[in-house]
Design a protein around this ligand. Structure first.
Ligand code: ADE
Length: 230
């Protein structure tokens, strides 16, 4: 899989994409993550990529031309399955959408910035708009990093123990059960006896019960979510 990210502030993406699991996934050749600086596609002398809105009011708007030139140039090398714009107006990002996108070959994420983006980009180039939550960030870079992280870890082979992605919270609309490690007792706080029993069948049943209980208590909305669509 390949994920291209087009940004006005590419520096913001350096650290999240180049450490730990995402760095290893790239080294193993399981994913290619490429960040592109929108300014490289500006045709102005000052390398400007934004302008004042025609409507007046505050804030700057990312211009259509550099984005068009960038997408055209990148699309000559890669055929994108989706061109995603990060925006608080977008479809809410969740595990279902992460699963869906992890099955794609090539995606391009266009990070919004400043006050917004020329509507003609959204109308004519973008195929999907995604929000990572009902709050407003200063730009789409952190949203793009969140999405890339959630998507890449689902690619087979990225996590050393593949089962661990399948047993994530949300993967089956249930929160994950509690986890414990050694010591079996600390300050009088004991690990549940069942986990020390070695009885795999009973442990699996206990884990499912715990998942259900946790979900009922913390996220009952998930239990009523039978919607299979994105
Ligand atoms: N850009 C600004 N806020 C955002 C959000 N909540 N999700 C995605 N992109 C954004």
């Amino acid at each position: 899989m390949r994920i291209d990210i087009l940004s006005a502030v590419p520096e913001l993406l350096e650290s999240p994409l180049n450490h730990s699991i995402l760095s290893r996934a790239q080294k193993k050749g399981l994913v290619e993550l490429q960040v592109h600086n929108l300014r490289d596609y500006s045709t102005s002398k000052q390398k400007s990529i934004d302008d004042y809105p025609f409507s007046g009011g505050g804030g700057m708007v990312l211009s259509v031309e550099p984005i068009d030139l960038a997408i055209k140039s990148l699309s000559e090398k890669v055929e994108y399955d989706e061109i995603i714009y990060t925006s608080p107006d977008g479809k809410p990002f969740n595990q279902k959408l992460a699963n869906h996108l992890s099955c794609k070959q090539n995606i391009l994420i266009l990070c919004g910035h400043y006050k917004g983006i020329d509507q003609r980009v959204r109308d004519n180039m973008v195929t999907m708009e995604i929000s990572i939550g009902d709050y407003v960030l200063t730009g789409g870079e952190l949203a793009a990093a969140v999405m890339a992280d959630a998507i890449v870890r689902l690619i087979p082979g990225v996590l050393s123990d593949e089962v661990s992605a399948l047993t994530d919270s949300f993967q089956d609309n249930l929160l994950a059960p509690p986890l414990y490690t050694r010591p079996a007792e600390y300050k009088g706080w004991k690990v549940p006896e069942i986990l020390l029993s070695g009885n795999e069948k009973e442990i699996d049943e206990w884990r499912l019960e715990q998942s259900l209980e946790r979900t009922k208590k913390l996220r009952p909305d998930l239990l009523n979510d039978n919607d299979q669509t994105l």
